[in-house]
Design a protein around this ligand. Structure first.
Ligand code: FES
Length: 89
């Protein structure tokens, strides 16, 4: 794989209070097998939390896809899904 998968976790207020602070612990929860495959960073509010969108906080952007209503397990599932997409390309 050429590039690491980018995982951008929203650090906006709404996402943080809705559970996003747990997502920021991702680095310490990553299985050893994934540690060299992802690049984790924070991102300011992407406005996906606003009324009228079909997304629910907390969100993270994994690769090019916005995932919502996340917890650590769902985020790990999203990472595996996106890595599978890349590896089968
Ligand atoms: S605070 Fe996360 S999308 Fe707005």
């Amino acid at each position: 794989m050429k590039h690491k998968l980018e995982v951008k976790i929203c650090t906006g207020t709404f996402c943080t209070v809705m559970g996003g602070s747990e997502l920021l612990l991702l680095e310490s929860k990553l299985p050893e097998s994934l540690k060299n495959k992802v690049e984790i960073s924070g991102v300011v509010c992407t406005k996906d939390c606003e009324k009228g969108t079909n997304k629910n906080a907390p969100i993270a952007i994994v690769g090019e896809t916005v995932y919502d209503s996340l917890n650590i397990n769902k985020l790990l599932e999203a990472i595996n899904k996106e890595l599978n997409k890349i590896e089968t390309e």
